[in-house]
Design a protein around this ligand. Sequence first.
Ligand SMILES: [Zn+2]
Length: 480
Amino acid sequence: MALRVYDVMRREVVELRPREPGRVGMYVCGPTVYGPVHIGNARTLVWFDMIRRYLRYRGFDVTYVMNYTDVDDKIIDRARIEGTEPDVVAKRYAAMFERDMAALGAQPPDILVRATDHIPDMIGAIRGLIDAGLAYRADGDVFFAVERFPDYGKLSRRSLDEMRAGERVDPHPGKRHPLDFALWKAAKPGEPAWDSPWGPGRPGWHIECSVMSTKYLGMGFDIHGGAGDLIFPHHENEIAQAEGLAGHGPFVRYWLHAGLVQMAGEKMSKSVGNIVSAGDVVAAWGGEVARYWALSASYRTQVVFSEDALTDARAALERWRTFAAAAGRALGAPVAPRPGLVRPPGTEGRGYPARFVAAMDDDFNSAGAFATIHELVRTGNRLLEPAERGDATARDELGSLADDFAELTGLLGFRLEAPEASSGLVAGLVELLLRLREEARASRDFGRADAIRSGLGELGVVVEDTPSGPRWHLSGGPED
Ligand SMILES: [Zn+2]
């Protein structure tokens, strides 16, 4: 079956048929770089990177464009507070964003665009909208006239009256309709400004995305993404600008919106309650745990950020790590995620990858896809003992499962390296204690041997005695 997506414009799941067969152009609204990226924004952008990876896995040639909004009231305010220039603020938080996204395992977009690099393009578009009778000047500002664009409201499915009642609108003496929005803002003293036919000023926020997306992907490109709270007014305004300027639609073939992140309520512990930036989440839980949490619920789901949710993610990820390590020992070859594999339609084969694909082809249903991997791991765990004993059938089956596991976890962007708690020094100390325990047993000091084992158990280190000597892993596995 073909890949299906939920198109917000149509409010239904439809088959993804790109403008050009086999090629997908995708534009996603990136951050306004005035502060650390919030975990909610980060989840949205981790997800659109995941959608790009999955489309590539299914054989599409994808071009992913994302923007930085690097001129904005919030950036100007931040610069005032910090006593510096807006471009210094924008560069600093863009660098921080890139560091946080890398820690979350997200790859950079193919084309990264900055609003301030496209001011002449935006001035050209605004001039075109004025010429088309869709925009008007008011002192040094330029506004889009929503009443002149008959399709205004088609994405959010609201009439002008409903939108007017529902939104706080910015009063401005020169506006003809309260929902008219700024395409160009006259410069105020001390603000960054560019010359324009309407005097010095800067672009409004909405114009950058319609101008930059169509510049790099053309009118009628395939996927426009962003968080659900951008549907109105931002994406509604992008449509009005792009289709108004072109004189026809569609601006975009498929609108995809990510669910928002809810912060858990007062019951959340104090230490977690204060964590909202992606950088803080990564520091507290590690990038892979945060990635697991972000991706294990479908992109459209409204997810809760809570200590419980992250604890569950950590335990689930640990089951995958434990399986990879144990399968590697049983097979005598490391089992590690393999990114970059491709399975175009018709090559899914059978078994777990086919079931994984069936879930992800259904509007990127990652909950089903993750459940498939967990089932694979449960099956694989049952094969470990016979495979280690030398049972050839079990070994073959385990080897095949390990390949599928490496393919699917690699596609999801996991590395499954040892977590900090079992890496380096800690692993060395556990091994040292296990050697001391073996020595104690050899000299029949069973009290000391048991004390070492139970002490490790209290620290979350599970020790198993096998015919080939003691093995250990961190608790959270399926047998614990
Ligand atoms: Zn945007």
